[in-house]
Every structure is written in C-alpha cells, then in structure tokens.
Design a protein around this ligand. Structure first.
Ligand code: GLV
Length: 322
C-alpha cells in the first residue's frame, strides 16, 4: 500500500525526519526561512499530513487547497496560527508539542529577566566597544532581582515553571489567569492569585505566559503600562500580539517602565518602529525553546503527532493542548 504523503515545511532536527521516514512519503521544504505561501498552498494539494511551524498559517484557504489533509502537527506548543475550529469542521486532527519545552522556556524567561534587570547586553557592548575604563561605582546600574515581586500573567505549565524558579531569588510571586489554580499548587509555588490590575501595580517584573487569543490580544497596552511601576520590567516570551508593541515603545522611551526583555514580537520577524533603539530592552529572536535537547524533543513529539494522526490514529482529532 502506498505510504501517506506528508509535507514538512521547514528544516527540522534529524530525529524528527528519522521518525517520519518509515511511515510517509515526505516532501521537505528544507530551508531556514518560512515556505512561501503560494508554494505551501500548492504543496498541500496531494498531502495527507502536514508538519508545520508557527510561521505557517493553517486557515480555511489552506484547508480548501488540501482536500486529502487529515492531520496537522505543529512543531510548537502554541497553535494560534492554526484555525482549530476550521480543522475540526473538516475532521482534520491537530497536534502540538506541549510539555517538552516548558523548562527551557522558563529558563529563557529568566535569562531575559536577568539580562534586562542587570544590563548584561549593555555591559557586553561596553566591553566589545572598548568603552570600559575600569570599575566605576555608578556604571550601568541595574535593578535588584532578589526579594522583589514577580507577576506572572498566565499560570499554565510555563508560567508555573517560571514562578517555581522565583523561590531561588526569595521573590514574592503574584499571578493572574482566567482560572484560579488549586490551593495546593498555589502554596507549593508560594503564588498569590490577584486581579490583573493589582498584579500590574505591585510587580517589579511582569512576565507574560498566556496563550494568544481574542481575549489576550493587546492585554498589555498603554493603560497597562501606566499602571505598572516606573521601576518595573516587562518580560514576554509568549506571543508578540499579547503586547501592544507601539505602546511598549512609548512606555520604554518615556520611562513609564524601566525596561523589557522580549523574545516575541507583534509582527514577527519585524519589530515596531523605535524598539531597536530602546537600550532598556533586551531583544531576542524567538529563542525560548532553542536548546539542542528541547528542539530534538519537539521534533520527536511533532513527528509522533503526525504518526498518531495518520497511521496509528491514536489521537482523537483536534487534540491540541497548550
Ligand atoms: C514557540 O513559540 C512555541 O509555541 O513552541
């Protein structure tokens, strides 16, 4: 019997391809950049499955171009690029990679927080630029992390893993989510559930870990920044559009907040005008899950999702899990 045909839309870890090979006839867009939309629409025409990335929009136009499609597996935990209801209506199974990137994403959130608070990037530039003239009591002063208040927006797996790390810095942890966590979890993480505005007013570091949906788009806007402390930092390693990036630039430039650490952008890979010149922002190119180990695990899980969806049929359709 002929093997099902699948499209892999980007270069991926070898472990992912090795898992797919015995089961599928693979067309691979083995490039470092996103597959052009036109080519994507053309390539899915005869495919049973799709291993895609968060840069590929899976919408009704794509579904219409892919009459044989039965499974979509995204190499990401986020699936805001996929129209899940449209997939559901077509009986197309959708899977993602939850769990395997929780710890590396939480680690990177802290890397951004520490780098922003302690001006690591400016220090690096100072050294490389030959500007260091010897120890100076007032040079590149940052902000304490130890003993401060961390506000976590979105208390799912990643938000909780970020909160857990705060214990090492003796921080007070506040969190906001649409649902309150179980009391046992709150006490294990020493985290207090508060309304969003209270979190914004009281936190020294506000870290975003919610999903992107209609309810969270521009959750952090001009109003939110005006509630935050002037000495506070915003950290975002979730999704760019949760933050109104224009409002963030205004807040950073007018010292409404002290700084930011960003891994994601509203119109990735572009940045809002003015952001690149904000010295008080540490900017990373969507690296939170970018470790050898995590990307390998994501590849294995994404491949397994496609195998489950097309060969074993172990997963029920639309089994995405953020
Ligand atoms: C990365 O942003 C992911 O959703 O996995």
């Amino acid at each position: 019997m002929a093997k099902p045909k699948v499209l892999v839309t980007r270069r991926v870890p070898q472990e992912c391809l090795d898992l797919l090979k015995p089961h599928f006839e693979i067309e691979h867009y083995n490039k470092q950049t996103a597959i052009p939309r036109k080519l994507l629409l053309k390539s899915v025409k005869d495919k049973d499955g799709l291993l895609c990335l968060l840069t590929d929009k899976i919408d009704s136009e794509l579904l219409a171009a892919a009459p044989r499609l039965k499974a979509v597996s995204t190499f990401s935990v986020g699936y805001d690029h996929i129209d899940v209801p449209a997939c559901k209506a077509r009986g197309v199974c959708v899977t993602n990679t939850p769990g395997v990137l929780t710890e590396s994403t939480a680690d990177f959130t802290w890397a951004l927080l520490m780098a922003a608070a302690r001006r690591v990037v400016e220090g690096d530039a100072c050294m490389r630029g030959g500007k260091y003239k010897g120890w100076d009591p007032l040079m590149l002063l940052g902000t304490d992390v130890f003993g401060k208040t961390l506000g976590v927006i979105g208390f799912g797996r990643i938000g909780q893993a970020v909160a857990k790390r705060a214990a090492g810095f003796s921080m007070r942890v506040l969190y906001y989510d649409t649902r309150r966590a179980a009391p046992a979890l709150e006490s294990a993480l020493n985290a207090k559930f508060v309304p969003l505005d209270d979190l914004l007013r009281e936190s020294d570091y506000v870290s975003v870990h919610t999903v992107l949906d209609a309810g969270t788009r521009h959750l952090l806007d001009d109003r939110a920044f005006s509630l935050m402390k002037k000495s506070a930092y915003l950290i975002n390693a979730a999704r760019g559009p949760i933050v109104d990036e224009g409002a963030l630039v205004r807040a950073l430039k007018s010292d409404k907040i002290r700084g930011a650490g960003l891994d994601v952008y509203e119109r990735e890979p572009k940045m809002a005008p003015g952001l690149a010149s904000c010295k008080n922002a540490v900017l990373a190119p969507h690296l939170a899950s970018a470790t050898l180990e995590t990307r390998m695990r994501m590849g294995v899980m994404a491949a397994s999702g496609l195998i489950d969806g097309l060969v074993c049929k172990a997963r029920s359709p639309y089994s995405v899990d953020a």
